[in-house]
Design a protein around this ligand. Structure first.
Ligand code: CMC
Length: 428
């Protein structure tokens, strides 16, 4: 017998059998529950989508209680150990790890698309010298839609694949240009002899040397961080990507919207906020005071807590190990001691324990980025580069999903009832 849920409507005495599939009921099945023929039917009220699945997805699995994260079935720990960002991006986008030949072709294709149109460079020159790189990043990604009008043909699989290549290849170039612009240094063209992250470091940090040689430990650390950030199922920015994409907008416009969602301090802006918080705390002695203020509701412990993880974020554990390797090269970040003390106290304190608040991906990533020489306002951009793979995989999956339509939630109207217009001189 199929799983069903029996609902008795006490208003009418009627009973309804609602099918339960994969642990969920379809919200539309509730629509049949009506008190009269002109009743609209029962809706669910779920602000912030805390208990609503908006899609079926085969990309990323999270078990928030156990702290498990899988991309296409592969544990994040194994990918961080053995894979590269480009290989992981392929896995996320196409569902399987590539063969050597597939990986070579994929890497070559990405490499061929790293250059930006010269007009994009001019466009970026228009930003204020102190413009936030994330603002530059998301506007420039949106502007790419004007350079590639073919991207509008979102139903065409080959066109979609081309835009995916372009976007994955070009986001590091945009990010690096945004950074060079903000510090007034000339833009560096991509060096296609280098790896994905090696080339990114080249475009960021090359000075007068003829050939930039990335430090192998830092190059690998950045690659690991990119693997960890590549996808995270239906988070705020991915929902934005799917939501905008559901109106059949081109992927550049959709991705600009996703990046805008990522910018906020509760999402991808959290790593920047963590560093600001650590600097404000200043010394280990002030940590207990800070924790007391958080518990009083005067601000949040940034980099802690997660909608889905109710245990240690597995990405945070890997980042903590990566930090040790990076600090051996760059020297220890003095803010690390404050972060470790915050974590130690928070993991023992009933406020955090009872709410299941643990360090998330953003708690330690900023410390690594800072040690590698990135300014704080580049941190959300460093999140957006690898998340581009996840956004595009989710967007492509949505377009292939026959269950999907334009995203359009309902509301419960709580405003004024019908009333007549009042002339201006009669208003009180
Ligand atoms: N510091 C102090 N209290 C917190 C925190 C925090 N970081 N996070 C949640 N709480 C409290 C919150 O006040 C609430 O307490 P109460 O029940 O007494 O009202 C309870 O814990 C549940 O919080 P919530 O706001 O209902 O949880 P949520 O699922 O809506 O929010 C979150 C998740 C990530 C937005 C939130 O934990 C937060 O603001 N964290 C700090 C920002 C941060 O680190 N964001 C990065 C998230 S991971 C990467 C990413 O997605 O980009």
């Amino acid at each position: 017998m199929a799983d069903t849920l029996t609902i008795t409507d006490n208003r009418t005495g009627k009973q309804y059998e609602i099918p339960v599939e994969q642990g969920a009921i379809r919200a539309m099945d509730l629509r049949q529950i009506r008190t009269s023929p002109d009743d609209f039917g029962l809706m669910t009220y779920d602000p912030a989508f805390q208990n609503t699945a908006s899609c079926r997805s085969r990309i990323t699995f999270i078990d928030g209680d156990k702290g498990v994260l899988l991309y296409r079935g592969y544990p994040i720990e194994q990918l961080a150990e053995a894979s590269t960002y480009l290989e992981t991006a392929y896995l996320i986008l196409f569902g399987e790890l590539p063969t050597s030949a597939q990986l070579d072709r994929w890497t070559r294709e990405i490499t061929l698309h790293t250059m930006l149109h010269e007009n994009i460079k001019k466009f970026m020159e228009g930003f204020q010298y102190d413009a936030h790189p994330m603002g530059i990043f998301l506007s420039t990604v949106g502007a790419l839609s004007t350079i590639y009008p073919d991207a509008k043909r979102i139903q065409d699989e080959e066109t979609r694949r081309l835009q995916i290549l372009r976007l994955i290849a070009k986001v590091p170039s945009i990010a690096a240009y945004a950074y060079r612009h903000s510090i007034g240094r000339p833009y560096i063209y991509p060096d296609n002899d280098l790896s994905f992250t090696g080339n990114f470091l080249n475009m960021l940090f090359k000075m007068t040397e003829l050939k930039y040689r990335p430090h192998p430990v830092l190059e690998r650390a950045l690659d690991v961080l990119f693997i960890l950030h590549a996808d995270h199922e239906q988070n705020c920015s991915t929902s934005a990507m799917r939501g905008i994409g559901s109106s059949q907008a081109d992927p550049y416009s959709s991705l600009a919207g996703a990046a805008a969602a990522l910018y906020g301090p509760l999402h991808g802006g959290a790593n920047e906020a963590v560093l600001r918080m650590l600097r404000e705390i200043g010394t280990i002695k002030k940590v207990p005071d800070f924790i007391t203020r958080v518990k009083r509701g005067e601000g949040r412990l940034m980099g802690f807590g997660h909608r889905v993880y109710k245990s240690y974020d597995p990405r945070a554990r890997i980042i903590k190990q990566t930090a040790d390797l990076v600090f051996e090269v760059t020297g220890r970040n003095p803010l690390l001691d404050i972060a470790l003390e915050l974590e130690r106290i928070a993991l023992e304190d009933d406020y955090f324990v009872s709410r299941k608040l643990y360090p998330n991906v953003d708690f330690y990533s900023g410390l690594i980025y800072q040690a590698m020489g990135f300014p704080e306002d580049m941190f959300p951009v460093l999140f957006a580069i690898p998340r581009t793979a996840g956004w595009l995989a989710q967007w492509d999956e949505m377009l292939r999903d026959t269950d999907q339509k334009i995203a359009r939630p309902r509301q419960i109207y709580t405003g004024a009832a019908l009333r007549d217009y009042v002339a201006r001189d009669e208003r009180k």
